[in-house]
Design a protein around this ligand. Structure first.
Ligand code: FPP
Length: 230
């Protein structure tokens, strides 16, 4: 089934609360969150999704205890190492959003391998946002524009978009946020200008095909006007 949402962006929130509700440490929630990510990546193509962007680590997440930050970095490495073969066979192309230069060497290495290995794949585009912040992305894009010495009068929205981490990707049609919070939290600020927002009550580790389908069904009922009248 195709719901007309080519690009879905997900804020994977609630891992900590999911763990706390079970009396477990937060990292147990992140591990369960990784399982949810595996499920959602598998479900996405059958629901007509062409681009899936997931917020895995924000520029603000460095403020968390070092143990939790390390655990998240390890989970990224584990995910890439364990899944890249299967994702490649499923024609998934892996992309990364954010400033990877500040990530540990081991993360950068696996990200480069995964991106290069899947670069020619024409299936689902999976963009993992790691050390990503919407404001940081815009500042980095402005730097690139200045470095390119572009004529200020010639700069337009399309050209600017080509300097963002999402260059070449369509804007998200739908942003899904798990666990009830109603914020964008610095995710894809430029790109979500006309995105529909769906807030799911479930914690991210409880996400599966059916929750994703519910979000897409809600999206299908929305009337998108892009500032026009109909
Ligand atoms: C927000 O939940 C979640 C994160 C900051 C990390 C998201 C990470 C994963 C889903 C798994 C790891 C995947 C990769 C690819 C690294 P929270 O911890 O803020 O939850 P809380 O609001 O309930 O405390």
């Amino acid at each position: 089934m195709n719901y007309g949402a080519r690009h879905v962006a997900i804020i994977m929130d609630g891992n900590g609360r999911w763990a706390a509700a079970r009396g477990e440490p937060r990292v147990v929630g992140h591990r369960a969150g990784l399982e949810a990510l595996r499920r959602i990546v598998r479900a996405a193509p059958s629901l007509g999704i062409e681009y899936l962007s997931v917020y895995a680590f924000s520029t603000e997440n460095w403020k968390r205890p070092a143990e939790e930050v390390d655990a998240l970095m390890d989970l990224l490495v584990e995910y890439l190492r364990s899944e890249v073969d299967e994702l490649d066979q499923e024609h998934v192309r892996m992309l990364f959003l954010g400033d990877s230069s500040a990530l540990p060497e081991r993360c950068q290495r696996e990200m480069e391998i995964a991106a290069a290995r899947t670069a020619d794949n024409d299936g689902l585009k999976l963009a993992i946002a790691m050390n990503y912040g919407g404001r940081d992305e815009i500042v980095r894009a402005v730097r690139r524009v200045l470095e390119a010495g572009l004529d200020p009068e010639a700069l337009d929205e399309d050209q600017f978009g080509g300097h963002l981490d999402t260059a070449g990707m369509p804007d998200p049609d739908l942003v899904i946020r798990a666990s009830g919070e109603m914020r964008l939290s610095n995710f894809l600020l430029w790109q979500t200008a006309y995105a529909e927002i769906y807030v799911a009550p479930q914690y991210w580790p409880d996400f599966d095909h059916d929750v994703l389908q519910e979000a897409l069904e809600a999206f299908l009922r929305r009337e998108r006007r892009y500032g026009g009248l109909s």
